[in-house]
Design a protein around this ligand. Sequence first.
Ligand SMILES: C[S@@+](CC[C@H](N)C(=O)[O-])C[C@H]1O[C@@H](n2cnc3c(N)ncnc32)[C@H](O)[C@@H]1O
Length: 306
Amino acid sequence: MNKDQSKHQAVLVKEVLEALNPQKDCYYIDATFGAGGHSREILNTGAKVIAFDFDQASIDAAKELFNKEINSKQLILLRENFSKMDESLLNLKKSLNLEISGIFFDFGTSTDQLMSKDRGFSFEAREETLDMRMDDRLGVKACDLLKLIDEKQLAKMLFEYGGENDARAIARKIVAIRRKDPNSLDKVGTLVDLIEEVKGQRARGKINAATKTFQALRIIVNDELSNIEAVLPKALRILQNSKAIDKRLVCIAFHEGEDRLVKTFFKQIEATNIGKLINKKPIQASEEELAINPRSRSAKLRALAL
Ligand SMILES: C[S@@+](CC[C@H](N)C(=O)[O-])C[C@H]1O[C@@H](n2cnc3c(N)ncnc32)[C@H](O)[C@@H]1O
């Protein structure tokens, strides 16, 4: 077991390196820098990294931990939504002669975010504000969303993004509670109690009763699937326009919604002979990795060579 479960541990590291195949002095984009676990390994090969993360906390931590690499310009760190990757790269190209050899995505949230205080990602942090924004420049917190959203739409989203079978009953209860007091859902604990009440006996399963609802809300608040949909064609175009040889596009998805987008996109590319899948089936964590890092269980890696 990983000793410190509150720190993010990069998943499928060996597999990412094999798929991305980083070469010394060539440029790679790490679109989801997080705690920098994958970037660190890419940098260790002598390759250069342009990293994106829209979470200020991730950027602040990186400035200390990667100080040397930032000063030597081996690492360029950008606080930006990866869906704006094309614009950011155009800006960089004004001062740097760069061709991109590979782009890597590790979608979703980091353990650091989930465990951080006062951000409302975890259903265990009952007293925290139900916020859930990875990028605090975003206007709508999860608690704001629950005040505004239509019941039917909420139920649909809880089902689609969280796979929550009790989505309709949970949405109904949320609307009933907010009618009495719109601010009553501002705290994590109120939503957790409400979900447990709806689920009754079924709340005593293996995973926490609130897991699916929390996942769905996080995806909605951070516009996660739309960002993936927007960036994949941009990433492809960046690689197509690059003069580098043997270019790679590598994605790790953690839930079905993300993986479906990647899988469909990669299939289209292969069908048009623009790129080739490196592995026919997604790569998943080995037993060895699962024993050290249980979070790796749902990770699926898909990679494309151009
Ligand atoms: C699963 S973590 C990445 C972990 C990282 N690979 C590591 O080894 O530490 C995902 C990271 O991507 C960031 N992220 C998610 N969506 C993003 C987006 N649209 N633009 C920029 N960063 C994003 C999150 O803030 C989070 O830090």
